[in-house]
Design a protein around this ligand. Sequence first.
Ligand code: HEC
Length: 203
Amino acid sequence: MKNNQKFLIVLPAILLLCLLATRISLPTDPEESWQAPIAPISPDSTTLVARGAYLVNAIGCADCHSPKQLGAHGPEVIPELHLSGFPQTAVVPPIDLASVRLGWVLFSPDLTSAVGPWGQSFAANITSDPTGIGNWSEAQFKRALRQGKYKGLENSRTLLPPMPWETYKNMSDEDLKAIFYYLKTTRPVNNVVPPPRAFVDLQ
Ligand code: HEC
């Protein structure tokens, strides 16, 4: 067989293989795959969830988003309240506005609330509960972390400090997706975090 003829037989086979490969690796539409608050986990998403858990634990989302209690080693995350934000029933100590006027930033003892020139902010509930990100789409989550939009909605307010979204916007699409998938599997905690308070309202 001439080389040219061999090529003509092999070429369609290669094309067919390429076509199959693209079909297999094509990601599903994120909007479609998150219709339900907690989607069933396929082998693929198990890897993604593990990656998301790794990132959340390594980056330290819990530093601000998880209520804590004082333990032997200082503030320790309360496991059943992991990532549920500033507890709706919590009482914060009186705010020393004189220090804030001098330029200090204050944190509540478990770091779920902070006071600064922007007023007082409260870390959001980012568990899989509907009072958290349970009903969010992946697009909403990415908009929140990339554009700092409250609830990830187009025309909402900008997220306040100390949420470091301007750093997180540098994460890859895959990593943000992994974090989102992981958060969707977290234990749902019903907790409605209070809205932020403007500086003038703190006087
Ligand atoms: C240094 C503290 C801090 C860290 C670390 C932090 N956050 Fe936040 N985050 C906040 C605060 C405070 C808010 C609320 C800001 C506001 O109300 O404007 C917030 C808001 C959010 C929101 C928006 C919630 C909503 O209802 O709009 C999301 C989503 C979020 N954080 C996810 C994360 C993730 C994921 C991580 C880790 C990768 C993380 N945060 C790490 C402090 C932090």
